[in-house]
Design a protein around this ligand. Sequence first.
Ligand code: 2HG
Ligand code: ZN
Length: 468
Amino acid sequence: MTMRSSSETASLLDGLRAFIEPAHLRTDADSCLQYGRDWTRLYSPNPLAVALPGSIEQVQQLVIFANHHRLALVPSGGRTGLSGAAVACNGELVVSLERMNRILEFDPVDRSVTCQAGTITEALQNFARDQGLSYPVDFASRGSSQIGGNIATNAGGIKVVRYGLTRDWVTGLKVITGRGDRLDLNRGLIKNASGYDLRHLFVGSEGTLGIIVEATLQLTRPLREPSVMVLGVPNLSGIMAIYGLLRSKLDLSAFEFFSELALRHVLKKGPHRPFDSATPYYVLAEFENPGDIQTDEALELFEHCAEQGWLADGVISQSGNQAKELWRLREDISESIAEHQPYKNDIAVRISRVPALLEEIDGLLAREYPDFEVLWYGHIGDGNLHINILKPATMEPAIFAKKCGAVSPHLFAALQRHGGSISAEHGVGLTKKPYLHYTRDESEVNYLRAIKQAFDPNGIMNPGKLFD
Ligand code: 2HG
Ligand code: ZN
């Protein structure tokens, strides 16, 4: 915790006001609360203030000032993160990019768009659609997450099986490094074999190397009329068998799963069951199906899976609206369980290792969490599982966190044996920092530290996140 006297605080704020207009330097309790936390809600926000710069020059001035005064900065996007990477609990200055939310340039020949880092994901998607193209990285927080934050966490989401991660769409970045230098990285080039690609260091850097101020992103053609199937699956083992078959025949754009226990929380908020019978697990598969050209094939595959005993029931969307309704069953899970303050896991293994991992951790979780509600869901087609443990209503949050924390080493040891990662798409932040060594060995982390040192020698960029 940074301890400052009130005169030190006053002089820092005075110094900042010399180049940030008073309206864009907020110190009121509500702003400090809102901008000092993300969706984890596990930490008590306590920032010095919230700065809302309006230009690259102002961001650069802020970083230079912060170096001079050894003031820690927390870059802030839509704060929809789930790992505490964007929280400010130690007197840091939050630097919100939300005023820098303009789309600056579109090039139809390059099929690329350049926008400021505070652009909302959905605004970019809508812009792309208006040009007859698409920005295909997509997730439930599209309405409030920002492009800069997506890049800083290498956001994944629901279309990764087809379109990859945020990283795959970033062709240029303007950044202010932790030293206060302005870099213009890769400039929208598709090919550029001129040495180390610093752009990719900033993707997934969680605000620890500098501040992303502008991004150039590749666009692509829109998905052709998708159909969505939801299938009821009796056993975990059936899920990957179904995946193997569907992906060999259909043009899949998503392959997700969720458990009946997870579904029940969504149903409480309004949506209806996809079909009458309940099964322990469900698969949601989306595929391109213009003019219903793949419907017969999909139905044949359905029959085959049923004959094998992999699925018990299923439904296929008949319209765009029905497809959206089916998506809600999966996309609304996270929000519908938030009131239960879940302990979150966001793990990944190679697709080929998913069946073995599922078998191992299914047993482990049943043994270790006999009294807790354990919810399974996630982007299983990418090897990414979100396993959420719900806090019993009467249990103290600290006791719950301790009990869950005691299980994590077993889960992560299993993951390590399968060559997996402790975070697939949510990032390390604060919540997963103690477990980084299960995924990155010591010599690798030393290289990460050396890179951090090169970009941020005074350690002002989001200190305490990712690693110490
Ligand atoms: C999702 O896939 C999000 O729904 C949130 O990544 C996952 O709530 C979670 O653990
Ligand atoms: Zn996810």
